[in-house]
Design a protein around this ligand. Structure first.
Ligand code: SF4
Ligand code: SF4
Length: 160
């Protein structure tokens, strides 16, 4: 199981190249621009993901990739009730009017991309993909605490 995040909000120039690359790949952006930095699906654990748990039509399915499991919308099963978008704590589910389906980030697991399109498009290199183990290691690294607090402060000041 992997996740993706803006690791250096201070360096994000808010150019939206990541969001545009996602839109170009899938027709609908699966990431969202806020007032400042972009936000991405948090890749909640498949057993706990509110979007999957609420879906009345089992349209959000678990797929296995090289890097573990991730969640994908089965477009055939989606009845466009939009409950997943209400349940998602960060409101990151989008909808494709043509496909008549919900859309969510899969870290490009269903494409041929080796690196997710958004990560590849980011010229400022502020996006990174982490495994749960990487995150645990970072959490235990005391040297990073100060840097993390600085990043949170910047994020908060940019979003106000
Ligand atoms: S919009 Fe589709 S994926 Fe979302 S909860 Fe409804 S049926 Fe499930
Ligand atoms: S779409 Fe929302 S609820 Fe579903 S896995 Fe991503 S962050 Fe979690």
């Amino acid at each position: 199981m992997k996740t993706l995040m803006v690791t250096d909000p201070q360096m994000c120039t808010e150019c939206e190249a990541c969001i545009n690359a996602c839109k170009k790949t899938y027709g609908t952006a699966r990431a969202r621009k806020t007032d400042s930095i972009p936000i991405f699906c948090m890749h909640c654990h498949p057993d706990k993901a509110p979007c999957r748990r609420i879906c009345p039509h089992n349209a959000i399915e678990v797929i296995d990739g090289e890097d573990g499991e991730t969640l994908i919308v089965n477009e055939e099963n989606c009845i466009l009730c939009k409950l997943c978008a209400i349940a998602c704590p960060i409101g990151i589910i989008s909808f494709d009017k043509e496909k008549k389906s919900a859309e969510k980030c899969t870290l490009c697991l269903e494409s041929d991309n080796i690196i997710p399109a958004c990560v590849e498009a980011c010229k400022d290199n502020v996006l990174n993909v982490f495994s749960i183990e990487d995150l645990q290691e970072l959490k235990n690294d005391e040297n990073l605490t100060e840097e993390l607090q600085e990043a949170i402060k910047t994020f908060k000041s940019k979003s106000n």
